[in-house]
Design a protein around this ligand. Sequence first.
Ligand SMILES: Nc1nc2c(ncn2[C@@H]2O[C@H](COP(=O)(O)OP(=O)(O)OP(=O)(O)O)[C@@H](O)[C@H]2O)c(=O)[nH]1
Ligand SMILES: [Mg+2]
Ligand SMILES: [Zn+2]
Length: 367
Amino acid sequence: MTLQELGWTPELDTAFAPYREKGWIPARLIRETSINFSAFLEGGEEIHCILCGRLWNAAEIDADLPAVGDWVAIEEGDENQAHVIRAQLPRRTVFSRKMPGNSSQAQIIGTNIDIVTVVTDAGSDFNLRRLERYLTLIHKSGAKPVVLLNKSDLFTKKELAEAASEIAAISPDATIHITSALKGEGLKAIRSHLAPGITMCIVGSSGVGKSTLVNQLYGEDWQWTSEVNEITGKGRHTTTCRELVPLESGGMLIDNPGMREIQMWTDESTLRASFDDIAKLTSECKFADCSHERDTGCAIRKAVEQGVLDAARYESFLNLETEIEALRKRAKKRQMATERWFKRNHRVKARNLDDRIQLEKDERGEI
Ligand SMILES: Nc1nc2c(ncn2[C@@H]2O[C@H](COP(=O)(O)OP(=O)(O)OP(=O)(O)O)[C@@H](O)[C@H]2O)c(=O)[nH]1
Ligand SMILES: [Mg+2]
Ligand SMILES: [Zn+2]
């Protein structure tokens, strides 16, 4: 596996020049667990590495820390010393969501991602409002959106076609494919997006078939690292940690744990872009500061009344705005407090004694 096949670009090569002079080598992070990381080197060798104390301390928030998909500079270790991440290279794209719970921080799902594939089905998981949120976040990340209606073996052609057209109506720029990961159907369509150096991040609720898809595209069962998968009560493997999987046919997949919450981590301009049709209407509202609720002369409400605009989509637009407004307020209020809390929390995370010893050595400049 060459660096290019791992997604290396001329821009990265330029950014890496000062690190090369120090004798460090480039690597792409494929897995992270607290402060332990795994990475691929040129040639495809997988290594374990730790973060140097300087980067650890410099990170004000979680999103500043290296994440799966990141390119880093590694100082190589030996039998006695761990490989150390010495520097982080600029990110081309960042796919993140709001951290679950009350925090107003961003949680990074993956970086340097070209395509985000949202997996759902035409049945119990199908939820257009949730999909809207995913698509808004994908739009913000700069990656290309793909939506899969998986488990096609469980639905009729009519059900699948209806679900697909409902998705198409809310996301004109997303490519929609109908697949059955179990039967290996529709894989060709997914492969058509992949090529050497391209990274596809796969997201969606737990149990929709993300890991099954990864295995199918990989060609055999990917050997998940032991801490990655947990066997649930039903005997099903559920992914507990993100992981980058390289494909022999070219391209890389990032498998993710199922997401229960997909909250907004975005701003007004992104919101408007993903509700382009509604945003256009706002310019026709009578008042410039129209709340699009009870104001007279609201073009959006008129469109709903005339049946031009779906009422649920209008509701969703209003809710998203409220959510972003709340997020902004919360962010302001908590910024200072959360930053302090996260700094402390990062250190607590270094529970593993070995890690702590390594970190301390590193902070003293011994490694
Ligand atoms: N009928 C049918 N079942 C499928 C399909 N794809 C996956 N499954 C089944 O759905 C269950 C969950 O699949 P996984 O691939 O583990 O789902 P996941 O999205 O990785 O779930 P998490 O790791 O928990 O997020 C397994 O029992 C699969 O065999 C499909 O296309 N059709
Ligand atoms: Mg899984
Ligand atoms: Zn209005």
